[in-house]
Design a protein around this ligand. Sequence first.
Ligand code: NAI
Length: 463
Amino acid sequence: MANDYIVKDIALADYGRKELDIAETEMPGLMALREEYGESKPLKGSRIVGSLHMTIQTAVLIETLVALGADVRWASCNIFSTQDHAAAAIAASGVPVFAIKGQSLVEHWDYLDKSFMFEEGPNLILDDGGDATLYILLGARVEQGEDELIAIPKSEEEEAIFAQIKKRMAANPGWFTKMRSQIVGVSEETTTGVHRLYDLKKRGQLPFPAINVNDSVTKSKFDNKYGCKESLVDGIRRATDTMMAGKVAVVMGYGDVGKGSAASLRGAGARVKVTEVDPICALQAAMDGFEVVLLEDVVADADIFITTTGNKDVIRIEHMREMKDMAIVGNIGHFDNEIQVAALKNHKWTNIKEQVDMIEMPSGNRLILLSEGRLLNLGNATGHPSFVMSASFTNQVLAQMELWMRGDNYENDVYILPKHLDEKVARLHLAKIGVKLTKLDAEQAAYIGVAPEGPFKPEHYRY
Ligand code: NAI
C-alpha cells in the first residue's frame, strides 16, 4: 500500500537515516543478531505489531526484526516520545509506522489500531507498557460481553481507548476476538507492562505466552538503571536549563529506575533525597548515601521532584500546593498517573515550549511541569543512549524469536529468557567498550560448580 504510514514529515528521513547509521555503531548486540541470523531469517512468516517509543534506537530494533525476516508495523507507546526523524526514516524504508511527537490521546489509539492492520492480521506483539496487549484483550472482552463494567471509562485515557474499540467493533465485528486467538505471544519491555501481564495471568485472562523482557538482568539492571542515569538529567536540562548543582532533588522510589535517577541527579551535583515504601530499597538508598525521607517533610524546601515508582498518586495536589515557587516536577515512570496532573487542570497553565508548562498555584507559586507528567526522559530528551538500548532490544529480538520458533513449548504464562541468553546479550556488548573477560579454568569452574562457559550464576542470584 502506498504511503502506509503517518509521520510528522517524511522529508526528515535523511536526517533520521544518518542518526540511525550512527546508532548502529553503538548497538553491537542488535548488529550481531543481524550477522548471526540475517541469512537464515528465523522470523520469516511472523507479523509483528510493535508498540514502543518510536526513537532512533527503536528504528535499529525494527530494522533488525526485518533483517531476520519479520513483517513489522509500528506505533509509539507514548504521545510525546516519538523522534520524528526516526519515524520518517522507518516509513521511507517501507515499514508502516504511525507515530508523531505530540500526537493526541485519540490519535494514540487510532495509530495503535493502524499498526494492527496487516492484511492477515498480526501474530506477535512487541509491547512496551502493555497498550497493544490491552487493546486486543480489552476489545475482545467488550466484544464478548465478558465484563460490561470495564467498558465504563474513568479517565480521558480510558475514554480514548473505548472510543477506538467501539470504532473498530463497528467496522469489523468480531475483529478483537479473532486477533486474540491468532496472536501467538507477546514480549514486554517494561516493569509496568510486566505487572499487567502477571495480573492477567493471575486472573486467568492471559490467552497466549508472554516473555518478560524487563526482568532479563541485561535489561532492568542496565536500561532502567544506567539508562536513566544518563537520560533523566538530560531531560531536565533540555527542558529547563536549570543549574542542578546545589539544588535539593527528591526521587520517589528506589527501584532500578530510582537508583539510576538518584545517581543521575547526584552526578549533576544535586543534593538528593529519596522516598520509599519498601524497607529493602529504603535501606539500599540510605547505604548508598541518600537521605530517606517522607515527601511531606521535604516538599516545601526541595527544588526538583522526580517520580520513578510505577505507582499512582505519588505526588498529590496537596504536595504541589506546598512546593516552593518554580519547583520542577517530573515523572520518569511509565504512566502519567504518578503525579496528579488532572488536579492541576483548573489552574493557570502557561506553555513555555513543547513539553514544558508553568502552572500557577492558588498561593501564587509557580511549578514547572515536564511532559505533562509523562515520562520526561523521552518527552523532554531522546530517552536512553543507543548502547544500553542495544542490550534491551537484543533481549526483545531473542524473545520474539523464541515465541515465533518455539512458542508451542510455552503455556499461557509469563516467562523470562534463560540465563545463558542473558549472558549472551552481555557478552555481545563487551568488545565495544574494551572489556576483557577472565576465563575460568576447568578446576576453578568445578570448584564453584559451574561450566567454564557459563551460566555463571544460579537462578536465585540477584546481581
Ligand atoms: P521497581 O519496581 O524496581 O521500582 C519502583 C520502586 O518504587 C519500588 O522500589 C517501590 O517500592 C517504590 N514505590 C512504590 N510506590 C511508592 C510510593 N508511593 N512512594 C515511594 N516509593 C514507591 O520498578 P522500576 O523498574 O524501577 O520501574 C519504575 C517505573 O519506570 C515503571 O513504570 C517502569 O515501567 C518505568 N521505566 C521507565 C523507563 C524510562 O526510560 N523512563 C525505563 C525503565 C522503566
